[in-house]
Design a binder for this molecule. Structure first.
Ligand SMILES: [Zn+2]
Length: 253
């Protein structure tokens, strides 16, 4: 084992620890000068789970503020733009930590890595993860799973919601080109729609039993924003369009 690997090994072990917390002060790409002192020590921790086919699912928690905001991408594997959008947002926060202002942002760029690998909406067992949450309106079916949280991917997101108790959740989907919301998020959704130049839709227009919005938004009372981008997978274009909107979602108002 060469010297570099020996030096690197403890860092790798730390980074791999599920739920482990790493002080990024020494290894963050952010320079000391642009850290926001009001948010305290720059910290990043990672929670990990495995998909049905054994792919890692990661949640990156950035910052140390008391208000938690959860961002989720690629719930549906055929809607890849969320991964790139959330990657851009993470970069923006890391290079300008003032955007956090007392908040902690938790990012799950890809909830459904098996679906993403196959460009398929469902997970590897053919379940629509956005119908598999323990909402009052859950309705068992082959494509919704035999029971709420029957899938490791939806279980992981539910665990994160229980652990971090986010004030609001922003979920990125495609291709309906609108801002939809559930729970106490009407004002934020309206402002995001204005910034993204997308229509605001209080109702998506079809039943969504067992969806994240039904469960976290309507049942648990957490503001849930669903940002439905277009069919385009051009990340730069999407980032240009939604940057201000997503930064507003982080701030909350
Ligand atoms: Zn979707």
């Amino acid at each position: 084992m060469n010297k570099f690997i020996v030096l690197l090994l403890p860092c790798l072990l730390l980074a791999c620890a599920s739920g482990g917390e790493t002080d990024m002060a020494g290894s963050s790409p952010v320079s000391t000068s642009n850290r926001n002192s009001s948010t305290g020590i720059w910290r990043e921790s990672v929670d990990r789970a495995m998909s049905v086919e054994g792919r890692p699912i990661e949640a990156f928690s950035i910052g140390s503020g008391s208000e938690h905001v959860l961002f989720v991408g690629v719930v549906h594997g055929s809607e890849p733009v969320g991964q790139g959008l959330l990657g851009r947002l993470m970069e923006e926060i890391k290079t300008n930590t003032a955007t956090l202002e007392g908040r902690t942002a938790i990012f799950v760029p890809v909830l459904n890595p098996d679906g993403l690998a196959e460009n398929r909406r469902f997970n590897a067992r053919g379940v629509d993860l956005n119908r598999n949450f323990p909402a009052g309106n859950f309705d068992a079916a082959a494509k919704r799973g035999p029971a709420p949280l029957s899938e490791p991917e939806s279980t992981f997101l539910a665990m994160l919601i229980s652990k971090y108790k986010p004030k609001r959740i922003i979920s990125i989907h495609q291709p309906l080109r609108c801002i939809n919301f559930d729970g106490p998020a009407a004002e934020l959704a309206a402002e995001m729609a204005r910034l993204s130049l997308f229509p605001l839709k209080a109702e998506i227009g079809f039943p969504t039993p067992g969806s994240l919005g039904s469960w976290a938004g309507r049942d648990l009372g957490i503001g849930v924003i669903t940002l439905e981008h277009t069919r385009s997978n051009d990340v730069l274009e999407a980032w240009t369009q939604h940057r201000e909107s997503l930064l507003l979602a982080l701030r909350g108002s």
